[in-house]
Design a protein around this ligand. Sequence first.
Ligand SMILES: Nc1ncnc2c1ncn2[C@@H]1O[C@H](COP(=O)(O)OP(=O)(O)O)[C@@H](O)[C@H]1O
Ligand SMILES: [Mg+2]
Length: 347
Amino acid sequence: MKIAVLFGGTSAEREVSIASAAQVVPALRAAGHEVVAVDTARGVLGPEEERALLSAGVSPVPPGLAELDLLRTGNPATLTEAPELRDADLLFLALHGGTGEDGTLQALLDLIGIPYTGSGHLASAIAMDKDIAKRLFRAAGVPTPDWAMVPPPDRPEAHAAAAEAARALGFPVVVKPSKQGSTVGLTLVRAPETLEAAVAEAFRYDDEVMLERFVAGRELTVGILGDQALPVGEIIPRHEIFDYECKYQPGMAEEIFPADLEEHEAREIQRLALEAHRALKLGGYSRIDFRMDDAGTFWCLEANTLPGLTANSLLPKAARAAGIDFPELCDRICRLALAEPRRKRRG
Ligand SMILES: Nc1ncnc2c1ncn2[C@@H]1O[C@H](COP(=O)(O)OP(=O)(O)O)[C@@H](O)[C@H]1O
Ligand SMILES: [Mg+2]
């Protein structure tokens, strides 16, 4: 097959996406596909450019917003005019965050009718918006921690309202951008004095910010592949929360597949993960993040529609625990994409 791997882009998760592509591109080539690498910020890459970009690692901190702005030249929509994309049988989305994961790119691709991996545009947009996703989790009976949206910072009552909401949820409270990933812009706030700065930090990454009840306990994640929940993973980060550094620096988190859970517990969290996946109408594959409290309740934090595929990433580890190696995982992701009924052109 002719496959274009789309990656990079200008989101805060650019480097993570490059690291995912560095695994996906060789795996697809080894499987015999004709593969072209496309950085959605720069365009179709030649062999030299590809080698240089894909050999870069992930830094301990995400790229700065100013640095990403510099890459925002031209109109990304014109990318779809490139023959390498038009003639591809499939686009493999190794993108994370921003317009590559939030449904914007998916809508554009639906319009021109090129098949792509992962969820469709509506599901991608819903999953990226944690506020909307949490409402759907609740409606589907998937427990998710209480939360409150913070009023926009330019309103005179904003600070007092945020302080009141935090008091109602109780400290420590988690402050996060509603539409972001990789723990970027997220702060665990232990006392009212540091709330305002945390809210301001989150607003740097999104125009909507939420406060969420902190769930002390274990960190678990469940990969979904097709209609199957993969073995549950437990993450033991070096820091109290699974932050950017713990996610992408080797040795900063212990990741255990399968997690040490009773059989009935593993079955229950897998059931909840599938419910969450279906509640958001996700397609192909996803990874659902949870915390487990001391009482044994599983609290769903979010669904990732394009979870990391780096050498260090959780979904590939979950697949391996199910006997699916990385090339086989990539192959399954491609086949799931081509089998999607939404690929049929509509009016
Ligand atoms: N309500 C919460 N209680 C405890 N830890 C949390 C909570 N929300 C987020 N975290 C921590 O922050 C990490 C990132 O949060 P998450 O909601 O999954 O957003 P992201 O899209 O950035 O991954 C989680 O994996 C967890 O370690
Ligand atoms: Mg997460």
